[in-house]
Design a protein around this ligand. Sequence first.
Ligand code: GLU
Length: 445
Amino acid sequence: MDSRLEGIRDTVLARNPGEKEFHQAVIEVFESLGPVHDRHPEFLEGAVLERLCEPERQIIFRVPWTDDAGRVHVNRGFRVEFNSALGPYKGGLRFHPSVYLGIVKFLGFEQIFKNALTGMPIGGGKGGSDFDPRGRSDAEIMRFCQSFMTELYRHIGEYTDVPAGDIGVGGREIGYLFGQYKRITNRYESGVLTGKGISWGGSLVRPEATGYGTVIFAQEMLKTRGQSFDGQRVVVSGSGNVAIHAIAKAQSLGATVVACSDSAGYVVDEAGIDVELLRHIKEVERGRLTEYAARRGGATHVTGGSVWDVNGTVALPCATQNELDGDAAAKLVSNGLIAVAEGANMPSTREAVSVFHEAGILFGPGKAANAGGVATSALEMQQNASRDSWSFEHTEQRLTEIMVGIHDRCAATADEYGAPGNYVVGANIGGFVKVADAMLAQGLI
Ligand code: GLU
């Protein structure tokens, strides 16, 4: 790391003790930014990095709710409004027992750069709760969402902060959240949340966007080496919204996706994952992958273990942070891997990223490769603002243009800063310069 940035890093780490995922995200960005500060001394003079690492506002609140038996539970809610240089805070809500301030801050920090890379007018934020939706009835989910929004509503708005989904928050939750916001404010403010249902202000392609976008980004990387998805053997982690649509898109481009996973294990299906069956089990039945293996002839379920033990030429980590470590990366490389694109946020550890770079693997970091989701959220905001709704084809075309644009900007920035083919450097510098310029232009705030 550039010695001028080490002191700033040390202050950030000391000021945010115990937030290890946030530290990881900050260090990974700082490692790319030395050369930018050679060219732009004004960023150091204006303390841009110090300001960027301190969220503009952090909100932590109590979320009390009752289960179906009438028992009272208390969870913790978060919204970190990280940076509004480019637009209203924008980023999802995650409901998962692992959520604490350090997770929300790593996600919010990444979101600043990701959103900048999309070229859309959106700042960075993130929120969520340590609430565990697993096994909860629809009525319990609704009561939790209503309680969560009863505090959150005062902090958000179409020009202020626009939440959306993430792990544990999909169309059902956004519906309950939107309903409660409308009830409290007496405003049908469509642009306050994205990921809405299609009949009440949502955008076509939003559910598909993160997974599709990840595959489009990977395809652009493959093209730089004269390759494509056709004939690739793909391993995907996760089996949620991002994974399902990444699998569908990869297979539509001629790949065979041979494995995917959930928290209990993974399935191997040499014939290629049956996306409709997977979607039905995960989204309609809200079931487990063991069900998939039970119903799909030829598929096997492995309990525990790592999906990265399955050999493939392309890996798409679409589950969660730090799910792919250095050993898993080395195994994938020795099994013939050529490319990785991250559908999840920070799924590869720093050791894994080093292994990929040293082996000359094409590596698309999440803040670039999975930006299609939030980009399509910005398209949803655009449709809401003009009271319009676009066709699937038009919206998908916009998503494709945005992803190709992100790829090309990352590649060009990496070239410009002497790191050809390094999409981590390209994404970090590309996102940072845009935000830093806007911050300086807006004065010391
Ligand atoms: N949670 C998604 C992400 O990590 C989407 C955020 C949004 O649509 O605002 O980018």
